[in-house]
Design a protein around this ligand. Structure first.
Ligand SMILES: Nc1ncnc2c1ncn2[C@@H]1O[C@H](COP(=O)(O)OP(=O)(O)OP(=O)(O)O)[C@@H](O)[C@H]1O
Ligand SMILES: [Mg+2]
Length: 360
């Protein structure tokens, strides 16, 4: 859903700020520490009740305050998200009712490209797993249910391993073996689609034209265990060992995917800037997957767009966002170099938290 206006109160360095948002690309620039990332973080929190910077979301509350609030006015709904020291909630302003997090995510899907995502190709497995989980959450109806079951199985297995419960774990091992083919199948389908979409997506052809090396990129799913041996056999072989170390050695908690340049691991070959280009493209692909499935354009948030990207790749990113009519909010330290034909709403943030609309 298109968002039209954001008001934030007592979030990070902001006592209060208001930002009218255009349908297309919005760019915010300002010095280090002026509050650019905080604005994106506030918007992301408003639409997901999570922060992309920290799992301790209470940190987003302005120092010495008890709660922070974000009011996001969308085309059809206005959402008030409130964070206090112990709780996060979102309220539909039209009927004053609480909105569950999952409903909020479906109403306002967002794709964030921020510092951690820049090294996506080199990211820890859990990072890439989150990427897959997120797409599957939006594109596969059954996935959410399946994922909840899997999380429970993993928790119960861990509990049994920590407490030496060798009989009880058998139930959870069986449940894991049962659920594995469904999880592996969905993830493999997704990686297949990702490979197809990556190579055949005409919206990305400009990126491929400039960055020739992209043609060698491909993705390979890793189910988290050796498929030739099979999960059941793995569990059997490692039974005693897992109890010795009190943690799982095998399972779907290690599922992941490799990003390859031809046959090699891409992160060991690509430069930092190239990795950022690839990370950005992967996030744009996730946006397109979600859009295709929900028929809703996800909001794209890109923090520090200029760092590591050369001028031409920055230009291609803006061109892509413009061509796709994507609603996006970008930040950068310098005023971003803009082709006059792009329709971009430009803001400047100042150290004391003032935000001003800037004429081009
Ligand atoms: N809970 C908080 N309460 C008050 N101020 C905070 C809080 N958390 C962070 N800050 C301050 O908010 C300011 C803005 O930080 P932010 O990360 O948004 O800046 P930025 O514009 O993204 O900077 P950079 O260009 O370096 O990325 C910083 O000075 C930071 O110290
Ligand atoms: Mg920042």
């Amino acid at each position: 859903m298109i968002i039209q206006n954001v008001k934030i109160q007592n979030i990070r360095s902001y006592e209060f700020a208001e930002l009218p948002i255009n349908n297309g690309v919005n760019a915010i620039y300002g010095n280090n520490g002026s509050g650019k990332t905080s604005l994106l973080e506030a918007i992301y929190f408003g639409l997901s009740l999570k922060s992309f910077r920290t799992s301790k979301t209470e940190q987003i509350i302005r120092n010495n305050e008890l709660k922070g609030e974000i009011l996001i006015t969308g085309a059809e709904k206005t959402i008030r998200s409130i964070k206090n020291k112990t709780n996060s909630k979102a309220i539909d302003e039209n009927n004053e009712k609480k909105i569950a997090r999952k409903e909020l995510l479906m109403l306002f899907p967002t794709c964030v490209i921020e510092n951690k995502e820049f090294s996506f190709t080199d990211a820890q497995p859990d990072y890439k797993r989150k990427y897959l989980n997120k797409i599957l959450f939006y594109v596969e109806q059954d996935f959410d249910n399946l994922y909840e079951k899997l999380t429970k199985i993993h928790k119960q297995r861990l509990f049994c391993l920590k407490n030496g419960q060798k009989n009880e774990i058998l139930i959870w091992n069986k449940a894991l073996i049962e659920i594995e083919p469904q999880i592996t199948r969905l993830n493999k389908f997704l990686i297949n689609d990702l490979n197809d979409f990556f190579t055949s997506n005409s919206n990305l052809s400009d990126f491929f034209g400039k960055n020739d090396w992209l043609k060698g990129i491909n993705f390979k799913y890793n189910p988290g265990f050796n498929e030739n041996i099979g999960l059941e056999q793995h569990i059997h072989i490692n039974f005693e060992k897992e109890f010795m170390i009190n943690k799982p050695l095998v399972g779907l908690h290690k599922r992941n995917f490799d990003i390859l340049l031809d046959q090699d691991i891409a992160s060991s070959i690509l430069s930092r800037g190239q990795q950022k280009v690839l990370s950005c493209i992967l996030h744009l692909l996730s946006k397109e997957f979600i859009e295709k499935s929900l028929k809703i354009q996800p909001l794209v948030l890109i923090d520090d767009i200029c760092s590591e990207l050369d001028k031409e790749n920055q230009h291609l990113m803006l061109k892509y966002l413009n061509n796709m009519n994507t609603q996006a909010i970008l930040t950068s330290i310098e005023k971003i170099a803009l082709d006059p034909k792009f329709n971009v709403n430009l803001f400047h943030v100042e150290q004391k938290g003032d935000i001003s609309n800037v004429k081009r």
